[in-house]
Design a protein around this ligand. Structure first.
Ligand code: 2U9
Length: 350
């Protein structure tokens, strides 16, 4: 190639190269432009390999100009490279931008089990009336569970069909009520006694919508000077109104329990229909809530209390039954199935 041909090839290497670099749209395109401009088959490389055919002076002159072109092309590549990198960086800022002012994902909080809430609510009401909370063993002595509570030897509750005995002697069992806790409280303390005893109890029942073989009871006991049936009625009236509604009446129906005399079952006026009869109260107008009575004298004697001076009243209720009533649950087995759809229905319910 003549010097003038080489000279115009070098010109083309520069203008064409700069145009190719300017035309690159992204880093990959710039990579291809670099190969086309500085690669082995590029116009600039062809100028360089033709230099050896020139004489000394022309070679030095064209070599110098070729180096200048190379420097300019490298400079242009470097500049575009930097621009692409900066653009990429700012894209990444956009992509990964985090708005710290957005509200976070609220964590799902657990909640108390509906039965636990009912138990705490009932215990709270009696705490407010000055009662202490007591508990005792679930594996209990027959003497505390039945004998001390005035169950006669033939009482059906004592049968193996109704009670879970532990071992063969008949002396140890799973408590059938929390009453032995109150017996232990009386045994170890002098009157006045005001206690509530929430706890797990066991009875050998077949499971159905209203029966479980293990259930939560809450019992209460008040022993003091001058306690009468009027105290029983006033206290339980206050309790029922606090739990079910301010203006609801209660009524007492005579009943029998070995540990209380006289004994009664207490109903509260139906909080849905207020007495006219509906599905919730089974057309009765009243809903049975608990059993109660005046502490039977043999129990006070067993505790060594002066029966001339002290009298008392007691009551007992099944927590599942009350919780089911309060929340319209048709089957008390739901409380033990741990079905989250059921439990979540009580989220945030007081
Ligand atoms: C002592 C003295 C008296 C506790 C009482 C009831 C009546 C009663 C049932 C309610 C539903 C058991 O869970 S249930 O099946 N309980 O009706 N309980 S009076 O009487 C006592 C307890 C301890 C020292």
């Amino acid at each position: 190639m003549s010097i003038s041909e080489l000279s115009s090839l070098l010109k083309e290497a520069e203008t064409g190269g700069l145009a190719a670099i300017a035309a690159a749209r992204d880093q990959a395109g710039l990579g291809r432009a670099r190969a086309a401009v500085l690669g082995r088959k590029a116009p600039l490389a062809r100028v360089r390999s033709a230099l050896s055919d020139l004489d000394e002076e022309q070679r030095r002159e064209l070599g110098r100009r070729a180096n200048e072109v190379r420097t300019r092309l490298e400079g242009a590549l470097e500049q575009r490279e930097r621009a692409f990198r900066a653009a990429e960086e700012s894209n990444r800022w956009q992509r990964e931008r985090l708005d710290v002012t957005l509200p976070g994902d609220e964590p799902r909080l657990g909640g108390l089990h509906p039965l636990t809430k009912t138990i705490w609510e009932i215990v709270d009401i009696f705490s407010g009336l000055g009662y202490r909370v007591a508990d005792g063993p679930e594996v209990e002595l027959t003497s505390y569970n039945f004998d001390a509570l005035n169950f006669d030897a033939q009482h059906p509750s004592r049968s193996e069909q109704e009670t879970y005995y532990i071992g063969e002697t008949g002396e140890v069992l799973l408590r059938t009520h929390t009453s032995p806790v109150q017996m232990r409280v009386m045994e170890s303390s002098e009157p006045p006694v005001y206690v509530v005893c929430p706890g797990r109890t066991y009875r050998r029942d077949v499971l159905d919508p209203t029966h479980l073989n293990s259930f939560a009871q809450i019992e209460g006991l008040a022993v003091d000077e001058g306690i009468t049936m009027a105290d029983l009625k006033g206290t339980l009236q206050a309790f029922a109104r606090e739990l079910f509604g301010r203006d609801l009446d209660i009524r007492l129906r005579p009943h029998f329990f070995p540990f209380t005399e006289p004994s009664a079952e207490m109903d509260v006026l139906c909080f849905v229909c207020r007495g006219s009869g509906c599905r919730v109260c089974k057309q009765e107008g009243w809903i049975e809530i608990l059993g109660c009575g005046m502490v039977n004298v043999p129990l006070l004697e067993w505790a060594g209390y002066d029966i001339e001076r002290y009298t008392g009243f007691a009551f007992g209720l099944g927590a599942e039954r009350v919780a089911a009533l309060a929340h319209g649950v048709p089957d008390i087995r739901y409380f033990y199935e741990n079905d989250l759809r059921f439990l979540r229905a009580f989220e945030g319910v007081a």
